[in-house]
Design a binder for this molecule. Structure first.
Ligand SMILES: [Zn+2]
Ligand SMILES: [Zn+2]
Length: 302
């Protein structure tokens, strides 16, 4: 429930880095404009937010493609080529399956190799960065310890992002019960937990739900690391959300505006890119998502 808020805070305090490739293209028409124009007919407008929803509680302006370029985004490049994971704690067999699929999915969404850089057992986290929540009873690890002490000192040179995934619950410091995750955007670091995504061993539906939630968070938060802000244009994987109920309602796929940002960032060929995502979703029985990608590919080919 608090993860998006934390990310919003981190967003504000980080300073922009120096000139990047993005700035060179400002004001020019790019070859990915068709992604936005041709796919807009199948985008769904955001309805009026309900009382507990993200946009009812946060005034956010959204981010057009032009604004994205002006933000001097983190881009995939010859220097930043690979996504790395640090796996913290023990994962059940089914959680391992979810992880493996999430790695594959991240590799498709961000068109980079995804590698496990390190596995870390929970007993390597010092006592001061662990606790049992005094009333909820959940065993938790401290996000700031993971970001600053575990990830930051060992981020590989070529890491487009270095992300920790953990089976443990997380908390970010005083006055917080828990968080789903936290990121340091300009440092390209993040930590996310699958602890609250449901038990994937229960049955097939629970597995699918845990997978969907884990994929959604991974794609959304990595989108932030690539400087994509919360989307207010359409229903989109980059919409902000206040809680699991709200995020479960949101699609996995990105809307035409956010897809244009991703395609531009990664320099991917859109039809091939969207087809690879359709195939993944079809195979994993995420049928609504697969159908959306199919519709998008057909529109782009017209
Ligand atoms: Zn977010
Ligand atoms: Zn969007």
């Amino acid at each position: 429930m608090f993860v998006r808020l934390l990310i919003a805070v981190v967003w504000i305090v980080v300073a922009p880095i120096g000139l990047g490739a993005a700035e060179k293209e400002i004001g020019t028409k790019d070859r990915f404009e068709v992604v936005e124009t041709k796919l807009t007919p199948i985008a769904t407008a955001l309805g009026k937010p309900g009382p507990g929803d993200w946009l009812a509680n946060h005034r956010e302006p959204g981010q057009t493609f032009a604004q994205y370029l002006r933000a001097n985004p983190v881009v995939k490049s010859d220097r930043l080529t690979t996504m790395y994971l640090c796996l913290i704690g023990d994962f059940t067999r089914d959680q391992e399956r979810v992880l493996k699929l999430t790695m594959e999915y991240l590799g498709l969404v961000y068109a980079v190799p995804v590698k496990v850089h390190r596995r870390l057992s929970l007993d390597k986290i010092p006592d001061e960065a662990r606790r049992t929540h005094p009333t909820l009873g959940d065993k938790q690890i401290l996000t700031t310890h993971v970001l600053d002490q575990v990830l930051a000192p060992e981020r590989p040179e070529d890491a487009l992002a270095y992300l920790a995934f953990t089976s443990s619950d997380l908390w970010p410091g005083e006055n917080w019960n828990f968080v789903f995750g936290q990121a340091k955007l300009r440092q390209r670091l993040g930590v996310w937990s699958i602890y609250r995504n449901g038990d994937p061993s229960k049955d097939e539906d629970a597995f699918r739900l845990c997978l969907r939630r884990t994929l959604a968070t991974a794609a959304h938060e990595t989108g932030h690391i690539l400087t994509i802000k919360h989307c207010t244009a359409f229903q989109c994987g980059m919409n902000g959300s206040n809680n699991l109920t709200e995020s479960d309602r949101q699609p996995l796929h990105f809307c035409p505006v956010c897809l244009r940002k991703v395609c531009w960032n990664l320099r991917v060929e859109p039809v091939e890119y969207l087809t690879s995502l359709e195939k993944f979703c079809r195979r994993e029985k995420l049928t609504d998502e697969a159908d959306w990608y199919r519709g998008a590919v057909e529109l782009l080919q017209k």
